[in-house]
Design a protein around this ligand. Structure first.
Ligand code: 5GP
Length: 174
C-alpha cells in the first residue's frame, strides 16, 4: 500500500497497548460478564483483537451509526443504521470505539445507550484526537492520543479502503 505516507502507530505498538488494555479490563470487571458493544464499521478490527486478550466470559453486540455531512468530518447528527440485538438492562456495557474526534458521535451514542438502563456503561476507544472533545465524555480506556490528522488503517477507512491495514497511518492525497 504505497498510498500511505507514513505509519503513525505500528502493528507492534498497537498489539502491545491492546494487551495492556485487555489486562486492565480483565482486572476491572473481575467476576462479571461485560457486554462489548462494537461501533461498526471501524471498531471491528480493534474489537476482535481486544476481545481475545480479555480473560472474562464476555458477550458481543454491534451497532452501526452514520453521521450526516462531509466524509472526513463529523456533523454531530447521528443516525442508527443498525441497532443492537441484545437488551442492555442490568448489563455491564463496554462500548468499543475506533476513534473519537469531536466526540459528538460518542456523546450521542452514550445518551442513547444510557436510556436503556445498563448496570454500567464505559467506553474503550482505541484512538482519541488531541484536545478536541468536550470533557464530559469520560473515556475510561484509551489506546492512544493522536494529533488531529485524518488517519486510516486497523479498521478505519477512507471511502471504504484501508480498513485491513494492520497499522494506523496517515494517507497521502486526500
Ligand atoms: P466524532 O463524532 O468524534 O467527531 O467522529 C467520530 C467518527 O468520525 C468516528 O467514529 C469515525 O467514523 C470518523 N472519524 C473521525 N476521525 C477520523 C479519522 O481520522 N479517520 C477515519 N477514517 N475516520 C474518522
Amino acid at each position: 500500500m504505497d498510498e500511505l505516507a507514513r505509519v503513525l502507530i505500528s502493528e507492534d505498538e498497537l498489539q502491545t497497548r491492546i494487551r495492556e488494555l485487555g489486562r486492565e479490563i480483565t482486572a476491572d470487571y473481575e467476576g462479571r460478564a461485560p457486554l462489548l458493544v462494537g461501533v461498526l464499521k471501524g471498531a471491528f478490527v480493534f474489537m476482535a483483537d481486544l476481545a481475545r486478550v480479555i480473560d472474562l466470559p464476555i458477550e458481543f453486540d454491534f451497532m452501526a451509526v452514520a453521521s450526516y455531512g462531509a466524509a472526513t468530518k463529523s456533523s454531530g447528527v447521528v443516525r442508527i443504521v443498525k441497532d443492537l440485538d441484545l437488551a442492555l438492562a442490568g448489563r455491564d456495557v463496554l462500548v468499543i470505539e475506533d476513534i473519537v474526534d469531536s466526540g459528538l458521535t460518542l456523546g450521542y451514542l452514550k445518551r442513547n445507550l444510557l436510556a436503556r438502563n445498563p448496570a454500567s456503561l464505559e467506553v474503550c476507544a482505541l484512538l482519541v484526537k488531541q484536545g478536541l472533545q468536550r470533557d464530559d465524555l469520560q473515556l475510561k480506556y484509551v489506546g492512544f492520543t493522536i494529533p488531529p490528522d485524518f488517519v486510516v488503517g486497523y479498521g478505519l477507512d477512507h471511502v471504504e479502503k484501508f480498513r485491513n491495514l494492520p497499522y494506523v497511518g496517515i494517507p497521502n492525497n486526500l
